[in-house]
Design a protein around this ligand. Structure first.
Ligand SMILES: Cc1cc2nc3c(=O)[nH]c(=O)nc-3n(C[C@H](O)[C@H](O)[C@H](O)COP(=O)(O)OP(=O)(O)OC[C@H]3O[C@@H](n4cnc5c(N)ncnc54)[C@H](O)[C@@H]3O)c2cc1C
Length: 270
């Protein structure tokens, strides 16, 4: 589907958020997505990249994607301006388990740009805040200036999310936590670990350690969800590029229950 870039926000270093509007009104009217899903963004003559939806899933008027410029497509996308037309294929993939969260406490654990696929969850939790118990967002970044969507943290706190941040490399004016995100997980005082759902997205090593920490504080592996990335081409389970053991990340994932992939995540370079 052709789509026009109607807005661009500069986020952190090398990361921008693109607001897209589908050009065809029929496409726009029928487009629906769930938190955690992704689109393939296509730049004519360059190629396609899988990019998660980072906006509010209840508002498909604009498709919102937050992109780090790392290679062919994303570097070229970084040069585009409002008014550029690109192609959108999707939405694809599994979604975060919001139904399972009803009546539960929720812990979101993000590393770097991993907060992008979790932001739709935040919008959904806040839209129906009364249905959920306590909500935490634990966010880790390389440095204070790498904290994605930092200007929104205060609003999220006012709306009932406990936001805790940590950075690897503090600056002189940083008075917050320093180090990886896992100690923040282990310091959580959960009232009812058996009714707590954990969702995590970020570097794989971070998710592995975060999941182990969540288990240490009493969360069972079938209440922990991860979002995985693998190089993908077709996005609908035909080409096999994103195969991960018995799973295709494009259609069985990207969001997968931790107990189904924990053993595979221990295998190097899978
Ligand atoms: C389901 C899914 C959701 C994603 N969501 C986002 C998002 O919201 N924002 C975002 O910025 N990026 C996201 N990505 C990552 C993005 O698709 C890749 O970085 C993609 O390769 C960028 O395309 P490119 O042409 O710019 O880079 P390329 O030219 O393809 O390559 C960039 C470099 O990264 C390596 N690489 C490519 N893809 C992967 C991969 N999946 N895993 C590990 N290494 C890889 C390449 O080998 C190369 O070294 C997502 C990926 C998946 C699978």
């Amino acid at each position: 589907m052709p789509a026009e870039i109607v807005g661009i926000d500069d986020e952190v270093r090398s990361v921008r958020t693109y607001h897209l509007r589908l050009s065809d009104s029929g496409d726009a009217a029928s487009y629906r997505l769930r938190a955690g899903q992704f689109n393939m963004l296509y730049l004519p003559g360059i190629g396609e990249a899988a990019i998660s939806v980072s906006g509010d899933p209840s508002d498909c008027h604009e498709l919102v994607h937050t992109v780090r410029a790392v290679g062919n497509v994303t570097n070229r996308l970084a040069l585009s301006t409002v008014g550029t037309t690109l192609g959108v294929r999707g939405p694809y993939g599994s979604h975060w388990p919001l139904e399972q969260c009803s009546g539960c406490d929720v812990v979101l654990i993000a590393g770097g740009i991993g907060l992008a696929p979790l932001r739709p969850v935040i919008y959904e939790l806040l839209a129906k805040r009364e249905r959920f118990g306590r909500i935490w967002l634990l966010m880790g970044a390389r440095s204070p200036s790498d904290l994605l969507y930092a200007t929104q943290y205060m609003n999220w706190s006012y709306e009932g999310i406990t936001v805790q941040t940590t950075v690897d490399r503090p600056t002189d004016d940083w008075s917050g936590n320093v180090g990886v995100v896992t100690p923040l997980v282990e310091r959580l005082e959960l009232d009812r670990p058996n009714q707590t759902v954990v969702m995590t997205c970020g570097p794989e090593i971070m998710m592995r350690f975060a999941a182990r920490s969540a288990q240490r504080i009493g969360v069972s592996t079938d209440h922990i969800w991860v979002s995985l990335e693998r190089n993908m081409t077709c996005a609908f389970g035909h080409c096999g590029h994103c195969q991960f053991g018995p799973h295709f990340i494009c259609k069985d994932g990207p969001v997968l229950r931790y107990d189904r992939v924990a053993a595979l995540l221990e295998v190097r370079s899978l």
